[in-house]
Design a protein around this ligand. Structure first.
Ligand code: FRU
Length: 502
């Protein structure tokens, strides 16, 4: 048995988020709820803690908090890397991969063909199937099933489209360099027919990757459905590097029509702040949704990293956590629509021995004020704030007097701010130390923040989840202080509650 010593890796290993045991990880892939189990596949390098040898890693969970890692599900070989994709449960065996009474799970992934293959440099879509509930996979012998001769055609997300006219499989994928989402349909997952394309539109400051398309009820009304098209892009996010944008509109089985496009064609760089973002932070990328979640819930998870510095974050031998799983819903606002996001899992069973900390209304004066009894490194913090005379106010987490991550509001600028310049280790990459912002509006004069703090991350859900901002941080294990702060005046804390985990 190997003795476990306290290493950097242990210090940052998340308590409430998934990270692989000792390998690299990027995009979530093949997300599906099947036979009572959530399956999270993901881009992994089985041999190293940097990107390469792309294969699908695999983990499962029944509560979306504790994950069990399994052997690599679909491995690269001499001819292809296994890039991102999705999994469907082919319950009627349309693909013919099923046997007897066993219907297959079918993975649709991008074959990134290597020099040694017959298609060097091509990206095309391929299939693999599982007859044991997702634990072992067989590649389809006639791969690829969809090849347009493109070097940047990838990240297929497949779902079952049902309408009065019947049902079929629909694939959304990208032509990454063209800022285009392409839509295909199939009856057997093997023969695909091009339906339409969408884009360029809104943010085009980087390649488009990992799209998704799903319907959501508006304000919970099942009679009023809108379709949400999500597209990740890299770089070109609102605070630099990787990020995901979304469009709301209609899908008629052939074409997606966006009702929220701000700029058609190539991007106007000054308008980034007007586009709709899945998350405004630096570290929420390649987010896609789970298939077949019970009760019609739409759950998404993102890779909590940014291609700008992904290979450099100080967490070897594992590298990169996933975000929390988020439930997304759609709310109408001022004649438009907005995704609202909440942490999906019930974290209550994971609350630690340390009692929760609560504070009622107090005035925050200029300066930084440590909250005795609130310290911790894995916490859920909920607070409500009302502006006074301060130009900025909020909370510092994972602090120790010298370091800390500032999460605050600048009311006159209408901004949520996360400042990680003094958050701990930042020097592993020149672009990591940053102060990042998102537009935010007060509700009845106040701001509501729910924060999930873990050993190497902060996820901010502001205004009931209408604005989210996710960031990695690498503080010392001993930096656990929580403080209130105000700059240049006062503010009012209406309430604060801290739940401690771990
Ligand atoms: C996004 C991405 C995908 C690709 C995968 C390769 O992060 O670049 O487009 O399929 O990563 O690992």
């Amino acid at each position: 048995m190997i003795a476990v010593t306290s290493t950097t890796a242990d210090t940052f290993r998340p308590a409430l988020h998934y990270a692989a045991r000792n390998t690299w990880l990027n995009d979530p892939n093949g997300l599906i709820h099947h036979e009572g189990v959530y399956h999270l596949y993901y881009q992994t390098n089985p041999l190293d803690s940097v990107w390469g040898n792309m294969s699908w890693g695999h983990a499962t969970s029944t509560d979306l908090v504790t994950w069990t890692e399994h052997p690599v599900a679909i491995a690269c070989d001499a001819e292809e890397d296994i890039f991102s994709g999705s999994i469907v449960f082919d319950r009627h065996n349309t693909s013919g991969f099923g046997t007897g009474s066993t219907a297959p799970l079918v993975a649709v992934y991008t074959s990134a063909y290597k020099t040694a293959s017959a298609r060097p440099g091509i990206q095309a879509q391929s299939l693999a199937y599982s007859l044991d509930g997702g634990y072992t996979w067989t590649k389809h012998p006639s791969n690829p099933v969809l090849n347009r001769g493109s070097a940047d055609f990838r990240d297929p997300k497949v779902f079952r489209y049902e309408s009065d006219a019947g049902s079929c499989w629909v694939m959304v994928a990208v032509e990454a360099q063209d800022f285009e989402v392409v839509f295909y349909k199939s009856h057997d997952l093997k023969d695909w027919e091009l339906l339409s394309s969408f884009g360029p539109a809104n943010a085009t400051g980087g390649v488009w990757e990992c799209p998704d398309l799903f319907p959501l009820p508006v304000d919970g009304d099942p009679e009023n459905l809108k379709w949400v098209l999500t597209v990740n892009l890299n770089p070109g996010g609102p605070n630099d590097g990787s990020a995901g944008q979304y469009f709301v509109g209609d899908f008629d089985g052939t074409t997606f029509t966006s009702a929220t496009t701000v700029t058609n064609g190539l991007q106007d760089p000054d308008r980034l702040g007007e586009y709709q973002w899945l998350d405004w932070g630096r570290d929420y990328y390649a987010a896609v949704s789970f298939s077949d979640v019970p009760d019609g819930r739409r759950l998404m998870i993102g890779w909590m990293n940014n291609w700008q510095y992904a290979n450099k974050i100080p967490t070897s031998p594992w590298r990169s956590p996933m975000s929390l799983v988020r439930e997304v819903s759609l709310r109408s606002t001022d004649g438009s629509w907005r995704l609202v996001q909440q942490a999906a899992a019930n974290l209550a069973p994971y609350a630690g021995q340390t009692p929760s900390f609560n504070l009622g209304a107090v005035e925050i004066s200029h300066g930084q004020h440590v909250l005795d009894g609130a310290a911790g490194s894995v916490q859920r913090i909920e607070l409500a704030l009302t502006p006074g005379t301060a130009e900025e106010f909020g909370l510092v987490v994972r602090g120790d007097g010298a370091q800390g991550t500032r999460i605050g509001i600048r009311p006159t600028e209408g901004l949520l701010v996360v400042d990680r310049r003094e958050s701990g280790q930042t020097d592993f990459h020149e672009s990591f130390a940053s102060i990042d912002t998102a537009p935010i509006q007060a509700t009845d004069g106040s701001y509501e923040l729910a924060l999930c703090v873990d050993r190497c991350s902060v996820e901010v859900f502001a205004q009931g989840g209408q604005v989210t901002l996710t960031e990695l941080i690498f503080p010392a294990a001993t930096s656990t202080e929580v403080s209130l702060y105000a700059i240049g005046g006062t503010a009012i804390l209406n309430s604060l509650s801290v739940t401690q985990f771990a």
